[in-house]
Design a protein around this ligand. Structure first.
Ligand code: SF4
Length: 307
């Protein structure tokens, strides 16, 4: 791995493809979500917050202004000149095709935007959208992010995810058929899941072999339903050590070439209730790196034992 890590990072992958560092800029495209606007439910996923999992986006600005301001920040911070526009907040394929085209094409109109990342739900596609994404994929570097979170149907119901595993499978098959990259999100620490449950989700993901994965730690923000649920149920939260252990083992089960986009969540300090360690993203990543070394684990080393 270019970075010397024991796993395949998004940074390394983008560097290999573009020959230089590429950074992501998070956008709020002004979408909503069927799990929040009443089409499926009004309550949303249990952990979802006011910003639809887009804490670092700015809905008050139009897409072009969001891009301009973030590019300025990223240029200063990372010294990069190429960017991926990341539609992050809420469900970014939940609109008619003309609206989607307008928003995506708008984001891609700058020369320095070299790709597009779209976060959405597997139940928010249709033939028209698939066809357009396929065409888009032929002219830019595209990936689609799907929030699976867990393979347990019981946990999925508890967190009110609003779709079943079958829907996820049909969607990734369709996207893969059209050679569109898929990144799957998993959350470790969901209520009442143990280490075996979490690693079951990882083993399933390894077999479906999507292009990328994002691991999140469950954290409780005061602006989510999870906050009230925790006050009532007080379920067990993962300690930092437990989380680091699970992620390290999870990495060993993944296919060698799968791109790891994220190793932990990124809680908003001002809104975080528990656990405190989830604000320390760099500390968690460094502990995972140490743990992998200690256990002598690499990405893919246990992949075949999963077959
Ligand atoms: S799908 Fe995303 S935006 Fe919709 S309720 Fe769940 S977490 Fe929130």
């Amino acid at each position: 791995m270019l970075s010397g890590k024991r796993y395949n990072t998004l940074n390394d992958e983008l560097f290999k493809i573009f020959g230089e560092k590429v950074s992501k800029i998070a956008i709020d495209g002004g979408f909503t979500c069927p799990n929040r606007d009443g089409r499926l439910s009004y309550s949303g996923c249990l952990f979802c917050n006011e910003k639809g999992s887009g804490d670092f986006t700015n809905f008050n600005l139009d897409i072009e202004k969001q891009i301009d301001s973030q590019i300025e920040i990223n240029k200063r911070k990372w010294k990069t000149n190429k960017f991926i526009a990341y539609f992050q907040s809420f469900t970014n394929t939940y609109a008619d095709i003309d609206t989607l085209k307008l928003k995506y094409e708008n984001a891609m109109s700058r020369k320095d935007i070299v790709g597009l990342a779209i976060a959405t739900r597997p139940d928010c596609f249709n033939e028209e959208i698939y066809d357009y994404l396929e065409e888009l994929n032929n002219r830019t570097f595209l990936w689609i992010e799907l929030g699976l979170q867990t393979v347990s149907e019981d946990t999925a119901k508890l967190i009110n995810r609003g779709y079943d595993l079958n829907t996820y499978e049909e969607t990734i098959m369709e996207l893969k058929k059209r050679k569109i990259r898929v990144v799957t999100h998993l959350i470790f620490g969901l209520p009442y899941e143990d280490k075996v449950d979490m690693l079951n989700s990882v083993k399933y993901l390894a077999k479906t072999n999507t292009w990328g994965v994002k691991f999140h730690s469950l954290y409780i923000q005061t602006d989510s339903r999870l906050y009230d649920y925790y006050l009532k149920e007080s379920f067990k939260l993962l300690t930092k050590e437990e989380y680091v252990d699970i992620v390290s083992i999870a990495i060993s089960y993944l296919p060698r070439e799968m791109v790891i986009h994220r190793l932990t969540g990124d809680a908003n300090k001002k809104l975080l209730f528990k656990p405190e360690w989830s604000c320390d993203k760099l500390g968690v990543i460094s502990s995972i790196d140490k743990k992998l070394k200690e256990l002598d684990l690499y990405q893919g080393v246990n992949y075949n034992s999963n077959m």
